[in-house]
Design a protein around this ligand. Structure first.
Ligand SMILES: Cc1cc2nc3c(=O)[nH]c(=O)nc-3n(C[C@H](O)[C@H](O)[C@H](O)COP(=O)(O)OP(=O)(O)OC[C@H]3O[C@@H](n4cnc5c(N)ncnc54)[C@H](O)[C@@H]3O)c2cc1C
Length: 397
């Protein structure tokens, strides 16, 4: 049976970062991906400044930045009044080399890292290898994998579950995934139509509030992405139809017959696993937590989990298994997930839906205050760019 130090399930952005981090620190890793390659679907597209700092430590930030778009500014826009509240991350240039978001599809990062891992002497990348089960004892883990042809087994010291929201590893561990699923569906459309021709002064990242149909408009190098809520009462077939697509674009640009590159319907969850570490098996990224995409925290917080965990695994590998250190990983990352990422994404969604309640109107007033007051604005920028949550996690002992 093949033996390694760390086995990672899932070659999404979180698993590939964990693998690359460990391989560059001299650790032998095997990353197992169920699919034939890194998934190419359009999901996360925002890399926040502290994530870019981590990528920089691994020597890969410049390569990603070259393949993406720098977005120092982002807008909260009122659809009905056309008010624009602008925020500019350049204000943080005194504390970071990366005072901007990078807009780039997550699969660019995952594929870039998988390629580097395939060439790395400490790493093995196994595509078409699905983790089906595992066992663990005081010395390590044994993982069973299914390939199109056979079952294979791997032994390692630790297993990192970066196998996404439907994590089989989380299910095997029988861990509760507490939280809720939003009743409405979310529809994403992407188009090469230049939205700047229809909406004045559009930034690369725009959160557009409206009690009837809020929107997120995001630019990535290849397309504009449009995210809109959709009624749970409408069938997926109708929401993906030409007719519905024309309605969305008519309301947004006045145009019909716009060509789209992708149309996807998905359900959004706010859920957190009740514990991230289980002996020698740890959950990171979407396998540990899910949140709505408003703010662009999902993938970024998953990368922050991977970073935190890998730092601690290096110590465990060098000095012996230390359950307390892995408990600390759980405390640090689960606490910020609950207190910040879950709370902030719910608040970001409520802001876009504003108009329905006094609380929502109050949040809009607060937003204007953030814009006007330099101290509050800096706090807001640090929070939304995820510097504060990383700082909070580090302060948890
Ligand atoms: C529409 C949308 C927009 C989003 N926008 C943003 C954004 O702007 N910013 C942001 O930070 N986040 C965003 N997110 C969230 C983000 O996409 C996820 O948080 C991110 O993909 C999590 O990465 P991951 O590596 O943990 O999981 P995934 O990307 O889901 O990767 C998991 C991998 O594990 C593999 N796998 C699954 N089961 C097994 C198994 N049994 N064995 C082996 N491999 C397995 C899968 O094939 C997959 O490749 C968005 C999500 C959606 C749906």
């Amino acid at each position: 049976m093949e033996q390694t130090q760390i086995i990672i399930a899932g070659a999404g952005p979180v698993g590939t970062i964990a693998a690359y981090y460990l391989a560059t620190k001299g650790i032998n890793v095997v990353i197992c991906e169920a699919g034939p390659n890194c998934a190419q679907d359009l999901r996360a597209s925002t890399f926040h400044p502290p994530t870019l700092e981590m990528l920089d430590e691994l020597g890969i930030a410049d390569e990603l930045i070259k393949r993406g778009l720098k977005a120092p500014e982002y807008h909260f826009r009122e659809r009905q009044t056309e008010e624009v509240i602008e925020f500019d991350l350049s204000e943080l240039s005194d504390m970071t080399k990366f005072p901007y978001r990078v807009q780039c599809e997550q699969h660019v990062l995952a594929s870039m890292l998988a390629e580097k891992l395939e060439a790395h002497p400490n790493a093995t990348v196994l595509f078409n290898h699905r983790v089906t089960s595992f066992t663990q004892n005081d010395d390590g883990v044994e993982v069973a994998l299914e390939t199109p042809y056979e079952m294979v087994h791997l032994k390692g010291k630790y297993l990192i579950a970066a196998d996404g929201g439907n994590s089989i590893i989380r299910k095997w561990l029988n861990v509760e995934f507490e939280g809720f699923t939003y009743p409405e569906k979310f529809l994403t459309l992407s188009t090469k139509l230049e939205l700047k021709h229809y909406i004045d002064d559009l930034a690369y990242v725009n959160y557009v509030s409206d009690p009837e149909e809020w929107l997120v408009l995001l630019r990535v190098p290849s397309v504009w992405r449009i995210l809109v809520p959709a009624s749970e009462d409408q069938s997926d077939e109708f929401l993906l139809s030409e007719e519905y697509k024309d309605d969305v674009f008519k309301r947004l640009t006045g145009e019909t017959g716009v060509t789209t590159q992708h149309r996807t319907i998905y359900r959004v969850h706010q859920r957190v696993a009740t514990k991230f570490n289980h002996g020698r098996v740890c959950l990171v990224g979407d396998s540990a937590h899910l949140n709505n995409p408003l703010g662009g925290f999902g993938m970024n917080s998953g990368i922050h989990d991977a970073w935190n965990l890998c730092e601690k695994l290096l110590t465990c590998l060098a000095q012996g298994h230390d359950p307390e250190l892995l408990d600390l990983f759980d405390r640090q990352r689960r606490t910020v997930t609950l207190n910040f990422i879950q709370a902030q994404t719910k608040q970001n969604k409520a802001l876009l839906e504003h108009g329905m309640s006094e609380g929502q109107k109050q949040r809009l007033i607060e937003m204007r205050q953030f814009k006007e007051d330099p101290v509050k604005r800096r706090e807001f920028l640090l929070r939304q760019s995820m510097f504060s949550s990383l700082e909070d996690a580090r302060s948890i002992k």
